[in-house]
Design a protein around this ligand. Structure first.
Ligand code: NAD
Ligand code: MG
Length: 405
């Protein structure tokens, strides 16, 4: 297993994608040296939001130079846990930004939500190789983010399984040869539920994804299909195709991760077990390939795979996201911010499942009718953050009214 040595940073190390990334690092290093902290991959920095115990455990295993906890109130706890370990400890928003601005040549952006935007941008500005799991970054700040990627000469590698699949089979030298791309969607836990049943879905039911084990927010997004809506916008930014060249198909087994259809009728797909270590390994070894101890796809035992059209009536998030993509301007930023708020309110038990998309729709429409609170096209990161803040405020207020009604 010949892996070129690299120094890495993981933003959001304690999360589902962060831990999958570290599982690959552990395998690579242990194969080379017998230790997780020694080998081709050295870890510069790991970050987390509030989970000091999880972060300290990772720090002891991987011995990074520094760990950063976003929540400043947890700094003392983290210092106590890592006393005498030789690992630097820092906390707060500016330390989080600096975590993206370090020496690492490969940065995993695996914070959930627009909270990951500022530190990820720092890595982009320094021209690093950025493995992007944090799709909300692109949805919220797409044009500005990509402009910075271009100016800084950064390498952006998509980690989201669908986009990683397309990245692997898209002919970037001949984009005009591509007719369309098709994102696959599992359909989530409510794929076969009626509209009336979906109304009463609980947080526990919404986070129980049939194929993937993921963080709570993306699990709820998968249940509303907003995740696929966010991915539609993500794909429109990542690949040189028009919005009407991006299709979505439901594929409950989640083994075909997406398709690229060419003008001559050929359709190329990337397949694999539903395990995020596959796309993460692709980005970690890129442009080479590495060994990854993931379950091999066994087609004969899989037997049948199936596809169906998405139902826009039961899952209105898809249409809403497509509308936001077509409107452009601030709409995707507002969609993402309102969705983050509504999902959090649902997970906290304060609002019904079906109200998530309603809040997003009402926030987009309210902000669209009220010029001046940030509805113009954002032209800087500050603009994006300002629109994001205004949308969050309104969505939270509206969620309160809906919950009280
Ligand atoms: P998660 O909730 O498991 O982990 C999120 C990580 O971000 C944690 O380390 C957490 O501490 C940190 N974090 C959360 N809020 C933060 C804040 N305000 N400031 C700083 N750090 C914060 O989420 P996940 O499932 O690993 O997903 C991470 C990102 O990857 C998301 O954008 C998600 O859409 C994307 N993604 C995840 C998967 C998956 O299989 N989990 C697949 C594709 C894409
Ligand atoms: Mg995905």
């Amino acid at each position: 297993m010949d892996m070129k040595p690299r120094k890495i940073a993981i933003l959001g190390a304690t999360g589902s994608v962060g831990q999958s990334t570290l599982a690959l690092v552990r395998d690579l290093n242990v194969a080379a040296s017998g230790h997780a902290h020694e080998g081709p991959i050295s870890v510069e920095v790991l970050t987390a939001n509030q989970d000091v115990t999880g972060l300290a455990d990772l720090a002891r295993g991987f011995r990074p130079e520094r760990v950063v906890i976003a929540d400043e109130a947890k700094l003392g706890d983290l210092e106590t846990l890592l006393a005498g370990s030789g690992v630097d400890v820092a906390a707060g928003a500016s330390a989080l930004r600096e975590a993206g601005a370090g020496e690492a040549d490969w940065v995993m952006a695996a914070i959930v939500g627009a909270a990951g935007l500022a530190p990820t941008m720092e890595a982009v500005k320094r021209g690093r190789t950025v493995a992007l799991a944090n799709k909300e970054c692109l949805v919220s700040a797409g044009a500005i983010f990509l402009d910075q990627v271009k100016r800084a000469g950064a390498t952006l590698l998509p980690v989201d399984s669908e986009h990683n699949a397309i990245y692997q089979v898209f002919d970037f030298d001949r984009p005009e040869a591509v007719e369309k791309i098709t994102l696959t969607a599992s359909g989530g836990p409510f794929r076969t539920w009626s509209k009336a049943e979906i109304v009463h879905a609980t947080p526990a039911q919404a986070v129980a994804h049939p194929n993937w084990s993921m963080g709570a927010k993306i699990s709820v997004d998968s249940a509303t299909l907003m995740n696929k809506g966010l991915e539609l916008i993500e794909a429109a930014y990542l690949f040189p195709v028009e919005p009407d060249q991006i299709d979505i198909v439901i594929h409950p087994q989640s083994v075909v991760h997406s398709f690229v259809a060419y003008r001559d009728g050929s359709v190329l797909a990337q397949m694999g077990s539903p395990d995020m270590r596959v796309p993460i390994a692709y980005t970690l070894a890129w442009p080479d390939r590495m060994d990854a101890a993931v379950k091999r796809l066994d087609l004969a035992s899989l037997g049948t795979i199936s596809f169906e059209a998405p139902d826009h009536d039961r899952f209105p998030a898809l249409g809403l996201a497509r509308g936001a993509l077509q409107s452009g301007g601030a709409a995707p930023t507002i969609l993402n911010a309102a969705n983050e708020v509504a999902v959090a309110e649902f997970l906290a038990g304060r609002m019904g499942f079906h109200e998530i998309v309603r809040i997003v729709e009402e926030t987009i429409s309210f902000m669209g009718q009220n010029e001046g609170i940030g509805t113009g096209s954002p032209t800087s990161l500050e603009d994006v953050l300002c629109i994001d803040r205004a949308a969050r405020e309104w969505a939270l207020k509206r969620s309160g009214e809906v919950a009280a009604a």
